[in-house]
Design a binder for this molecule. Structure first.
Ligand code: SF4
Length: 64
């Protein structure tokens, strides 16, 4: 599973961090998403799918 984020789309809402705190963080200066790990173990798949689903900017894409 691979995760791709689009920082240009991100609106710094923070839902992804709430859904998957081991995968996403936010920049201190503006809250834009940061990917902590783009090559994920399967046990985090559900959390990342939840993050993608709740992102209001559709800034998270998952590839198998
Ligand atoms: S949920 Fe989407 S818009 Fe909000 S911080 Fe995460 S990537 Fe950015």
């Amino acid at each position: 599973m691979k995760v791709i984020i689009d920082q240009d789309k991100c609106v710094a809402s923070g839902q992804c961090v709430t859904a998957a705190i081991d995968v996403f963080d936010q920049r201190d200066e503006d809250g834009i998403v940061v990917l902590l790990n783009d090559n994920l173990p399967d046990n985090l798949a559900a959390d990342v799918q939840q993050a993608a689903a709740v992102c209001p900017a559709l800034a998270i894409v998952i590839e198998d």
